[in-house]
Design a binder for this molecule. Structure first.
Ligand code: NAD
Length: 474
């Protein structure tokens, strides 16, 4: 193990202990595994001012040199893969295999993003005038990350922000700050001081950031409810915003699918990371012709899945990440029981320390019930029956959320046509959750504002500037 248990913030290139500390809990044991600094407002001010001091130099650094630094950061992550994997499981709960996938994904995101270019558009090149529109950095970005994929979600912000020439202050979730802090330690040896600052703290720190006048942009990933507060708080100083928010992703399963073949894929599309995935299948609409066989295959498969501490190599699903989320999902299970809907499997407590809940599958609950209408973000899935396309399209689209969706069918062309009728930022056919740094994704409706990934995502960390040069004096 290369990582020690000394967790410090990164401010202006220096590792900083802070004055107060907050506890970090392993959700599989409820035992405190580490403490991190609890930043005060003066720590935030120092981080912002370090980012401001670093900005002119970083913005003037060539894009090729900035890309080289991102590649070095990626290599530092992969060189410490095992340490990151174990630490991520301890703080987040996910099994080692999933933790490894996330850490690899984080490194990949940094590296692959370097294929992106900031476009320059020549508007006019005539005898009289030259005019071009280019993209210049915004300045200081405040980044706020969630606890479900702490490393990956942080890299989705760091890569485009730094590539476009901005400097950053990043705040991980208080539930999962450890890997991000260790990444900061590695970054302190690679990046010029102040280009990336990482601060940790409790519930006040996010709101202090969103209203801080030193930020030019806030890039936020988290729940829709918090997204609304972020937007309100950014308004007085007109900060730019990217909001990647919650989802209630539908899957539409058409009657021509091979039920036995896809049941396992569908199960994991809903339950990977214990359902704590923004793009997890959260409502599964199954055609009536295959409803019973698919329902039975999902339930049968769920009984083979091993739930436990993510550090145990046999574990396939770990605990929920935190008490708050555990209580919320239990509350939803209680609500399902109150509607009288049939719980096909799960629905009970697991008597052991840690925030463990069983895989819970609900049989065709009412469309207006909470488990269908709200984002559950946990291991509980409603199966919903439909028998005609117009009906299912209407039900799928009647949501304030519009993050992702998926359609499953042997008729790819037909499914592709249907995909165009779904109001979601991404619609997949015969898969879910496939993301790449080279294409954009984001939420429609209340699932977000703006996108991450692709040139479109990169442009959100820049502002367009048009330069016009009159060649002949008037
Ligand atoms: P959350 O909204 O509770 O917290 C997200 C982050 O915001 C944390 O760092 C938290 O400390 C901070 N925060 C909390 N209150 C704040 C405030 N008032 N002002 C500023 N910052 C504040 O979300 P979470 O529970 O960590 O994450 C789960 C949610 O994130 C789910 O809804 C999920 O769908 C969503 N999510 C979305 C995407 C996406 O790309 N759209 C990706 C991952 C997660």
């Amino acid at each position: 193990m290369n990582f020690n248990d000394d967790y410090r913030m990164l401010i202006g290139g220096r590792l900083d202990k802070g004055r107060a500390r907050i506890d970090v809990i392993n959700p599989a044991t409820e035992v405190v595994i580490a403490t991190v600094p609890d930043a005060g407002q003066e720590d935030l001010d120092r981080a912002v001012s370090a980012a401001q001091q670093a900005f002119p130099g970083w913005a003037a650094t060539s894009i090729e040199a900035r890309k080289a630094k991102l590649i070095q950061l990626a290599e530092a992550i992969t060189a410490n893969l095992d340490d990151f994997k174990c630490l991520l499981t301890q703080e987040q709960g996910k099994p080692h295999a999933d933790a490894q996938r996330e850490i690899m994904g984080a490194g990949h995101w940094l590296k692959a993003s370097t294929a992106l270019e900031l476009p320059v558009t020549v508007n006019e090149d005539s005898d009289e005038r030259y005019s071009e529109t280019r993209h210049v950095p915004l300045g200081i970005v405040g980044a706020i990350a969630p606890w479900n994929f702490p490393m990956l979600m942080a890299m989705l912000k760091i890569a485009p922000a730094l590539l476009a020439g901005n400097t950053m202050v990043l705040k991980p979730s208080p539930f999962t700050p450890l890997c991000t802090v260790k990444f900061g330690e590695l970054a302190s040896k690679i990046l010029p001081p102040g280009v990336l600052n990482i601060i940790t703290g409790g519930d006040n720190l996010g709101p202090w950031m969103t209203k801080h006048s030193g930020f030019n942009k806030i890039s936020f990933t988290g729940s829709t409810q918090t997204g609304r507060s972020v937007m309100a708080s950014a308004a007085p100083t007109l900060k730019r915003l990217t909001l990647e928010l919650g989802g209630n992703d539908p899957a539409i399963i058409l009657p021509d699918v091979d039920v036995e073949k896809i049941a396992k894929d569908l199960f994991w599309a809903a339950f990977r990371n214990n359902g704590q995935v923004c793009l997890a299948i959260k409502r599964m609409y199954i055609h009536t012709d295959i409803y019973e066989p698919l329902r039975d295959a999902l339930v049968a498969y769920s009984r083979s899945v091993k739930i436990g501490d993510g550090a145990d190599q046999e574990t396939q699903i770990g605990p929920l990440n935190n008490k708050q989320q555990y209580d919320r999902v239990r509350e939803l299970i209680k609500d399902v029981k109150s509607t009288g809907a049939t719980i096909l499997t799960g629905g009970h407590d697991i008597e052991r320390p840690g925030y463990f809940l069983p895989v819970t599958i609900i049989d065709n609950p009412p469309e207006d019930s909470r488990i269908v209408q709200e984002e559950q973000f946990g291991p509980i899935l409603p199966l919903l029956r439909f028998n005609n396309i117009e009906d299912v399209v209407a039900r799928v689209n009647a949501s304030d959320y519009g993050l992702g969706a998926s359609i499953w069918s042997k008729d790819e062309a037909g499914a592709y046509q249907l995909a165009q009728r779904i109001s979601s930022g991404t619609v997949w056919v015969n898969e879910v959750q496939y993301l790449t740094p080279l294409s954009s994704f984001g939420g429609m409706k209340q699932s977000g504002i703006g996108v991450e990934g692709g040139v479109e995502g990169l442009l959100e960390y820049s502002q367009s500037q048009t330069l016009v040069c009159r060649k002949k004096p008037a």
